[in-house]
Design a binder for this molecule. Structure first.
Ligand code: ADP
Length: 611
């Protein structure tokens, strides 16, 4: 992890302060040292001059050099007063007197002619040097000057020495004081730097944390800072940015939710493709229509997922031409009929909506259209047959058959029969239309099944007897209570019994049954059911025709039905009434021969009716 900004600022500032203080300290110590040296040198020069002044009369008194016994007390006295070492050296380098040497040691002192300050003084009049003294063993600063006596006598050199140890001690003390001052300055700078770094970086780290929360989507509170400077401005700008972002996100989420709600609730399937033909979005209706899931579809090329030639051609064409198109297709497996509107959405980049396909499921509509067309054709046909017959016989009568009374009576009988048939068809059609349009509402009274069966049987009995059929009623002792419209249920049973009589050769057996349904045929109705059955020993219905006999005008054998006076609408009426009661009706084979029609009605929760 990198160092936090606060410590970077602190360490950076401290380093700068430490360097500055160190440089300042070194420069100060050096310049003070130099100044001390210059001052000491000047002092030594002044002391040398004073010594020369004091000793000069002694050397002027005679041409001879004064003796050591004369010089030594004076030199020692001057040295003590000046706190310096005074040395008097003859021009040949012989030490005549030295305040730091005992009188008896003086003769043994080494010749000083080679000393740098002496050599300088002899050549220029002044000399100086700093070195360790061979006599005292101390580092010493020397200043030397030449004292001239007369032109005939050689000069004498006055040398003043001062031990550097004193100066060095002073400088050491000074350095120590400066170091303490620098240390205090550094400590002050340290605390100031920490305080400053904290006050500058704290708002910044607050802003950083707030920005991180903002980026992770958890930012709710505004950034608080009392800073009035650029940091304060940054915080205010970030707060403003967060507010705008929040508002924008809210707006977008709302738009998205609305769009999703629209897409989800749409009956039409919607699919959005980008310019490459990749699927970006599909809605639940489209998932249902094509039997695909959104997860597997999104991000995949259209052609890879939908292997339908017409659809692929449509998408390719619109991608090429960028023009709206529409097409009607039939899905191979489900036989669903789809009308597809493909419109250009305009996106010109990958993952941008380029085409929107809207699929209208036309299956039901087309089916209804087919039924309507078939119905119109069937009705026309059914009506035309008796009408043609009536017209034919009327024309025959007009053409002269009227002259023959027998023929007239025969023809008029046929015309009457065909008119009855026409009437029957029209009545059935009107009944069916009334039931379908909902103009007839079924009552919901408790049904007395025995009464329903009795009423239906009594209507059919004369017809059955005419054909020599045996009518049997097989009713369970305990029947579940059901509710419904008794008259309509009588109509259901009568239609079924009428068919049984019609389509059973003479001498057959027709059985009406009633009881509780053994097991539900489908998941619905779930709460048990009352089952009414009509079985015959007639011609039966081939398995392929069984689901269709409830369609209007559907007949297994048209000629036979017409001959028997059927309209082709009886079972359609039965189906509508039963379904109007929330029930089901179907036909199955009756062993060993014949048909068995089953009507299943949902039962009410009331008490069971005793037999
Ligand atoms: P229709 O007036 O022609 O009898 P329905 O709607 O009552 O019309 O019946 C439709 C067709 O179902 C009949 O034409 C007939 O072919 C067949 N059908 C109905 N009931 C029976 C039955 N009990 N046995 C054999 N076929 C039947």
């Amino acid at each position: 992890m990198t160092l936090p900004l606060r410590w970077k600022v602190t360490f950076g500032a401290l380093l700068a302060v430490a360097c500055s203080l160190a440089i300042a300290g070194i420069v100060t110590v050096r310049s003070l040292e130099r100044q001390h040296l210059v001052q000491l040198s000047d002092n030594l020069g002044a002391t040398a001059k004073l010594a020369e002044y004091s000793l000069h009369p002694l050397f002027l008194s005679s041409d001879q050099l004064p003796s050591a016994s004369q010089l030594q007390p004076m030199v020692r006295d001057i040295g003590t007063r000046a706190s310096a070492r005074i040395t008097v050296v003859a021009a040949d380098g012989t030490v005549l007197a030295d305040s730091a040497i005992l009188d008896e040691d003086l003769p043994g002192i080494e010749n000083h002619r080679t000393r740098p300050e002496i050599r300088q003084a002899l050549s220029t009049g002044h000399g100086r040097d700093i070195r360790t003294s061979q006599t005292t063993g101390e580092r010493t600063m020397y200043r030397a000057l030449v004292m001239t006596r007369s032109e005939q006598t050689p000069p004498v050199i006055i040398r003043v020495g001062f031990p550097m140890s004193l100066l060095e001690r002073d400088i050491e003390q000074l350095t120590h004081n400066i170091l303490i001052a620098l240390g205090i300055a550094f400590l002050t700078a340290l605390s100031l730097t920490i305080w400053l770094a904290r006050s500058v970086t704290q708002p910044l780290s607050d802003i950083t944390q707030a920005a991180q929360r903002l980026a992770s989507g958890t930012q709710t509170l505004p950034i608080k800072t009392s800073a009035q400077d650029e940091v304060g401005l940054l915080a205010a700008t970030l707060n403003q940015l967060a507010d705008q972002l929040h508002a924008k996100i809210g707006e977008l989420s709302e738009d998205r939710a609305q769009l999703l709600a629209v897409l989800t609730s749409m009956v039409e399937g919607v699919m959005v493709l980008d310019r490459r033909g990749y699927i970006l979005q599909i809605n639940p209706a489209l998932e249902r229509i094509f039997g695909i899931s959104r997860a597997e579809a999104r991000g995949r090329p259209f052609a890879e997922l939908f292997r339908h030639r017409q659809l692929n051609e449509l998408v390719e064409a619109i991608l090429r031409s960028r023009k709206n198109q529409e097409v009607e297709i039939v899905l191979p497996l489900t036989n669903r009929c789809l009308h597809i509107d493909a419109s250009v959405a305009g996106g010109e980049r990958d993952n941008e909506a380029c085409i929107v396909l809207v699929c209208h499921d036309m299956t039901e509509l087309r089916h209804l259209e087919t039924i309507r067309k078939d119905f119109v054709a069937n009705v026309s046909h059914e009506l035309r047959t008796p009408l043609t017959s009536i017209k034919g016989y009327v024309e025959a009568l007009l053409d002269g058959a009227m002259d023959n009374p027998d023929m007239t009576a025969h023809f008029l009988n046929i015309i009457l029969k065909q008119s009855d048939r026409l009437n029957l068809i029209i009545e059935d059609l009107l009944e069916l239309s009334r039931i379908e349009s909902g103009r007839i509402s079924f009552r919901s009274d408790p049904i007395d099944i025995h009464a329903v069966i009795d009423r239906a049987l009594s209507t059919i009995k004369p017809l059955a007897e005419k054909k020599g059929h045996r009518l049997i009623a097989s009713i369970n002792t305990r029947l579940p209570a059901a509710e419904g419209d008794e008259d309509r249920l009588v109509q259901v049973l009568t239609n079924l019994l009428d068919n049984a009589v019609k389509y059973t050769p003479a001498g057959g057996t027709i059985t009406v049954g009633a009881g509780e349904a053994p097991i539900p045929r489908t998941a619905e109705p779930t709460g048990g059911a009352l089952e009414l059955t009509v079985s015959d020993t007639g011609i039966g219905i081939p398995e392929a025709d069984r689901p269709r006999v409830f369609e209007r005008f559907y007949r297994v054998d048209k000629a036979r039905s017409r001959e028997l006076g059927g309209t082709g609408l009886g079972l359609a009426i039965v189906k509508h009434i039963v379904e109007g009661h929330g029930g089901q009706v179907w036909v199955e084979a009756h062993e060993p021969k014949g048909s068995r029609f089953v009507v299943r009605l949902p039962i009410s929760n009331g008490p069971q009716l005793p037999a």
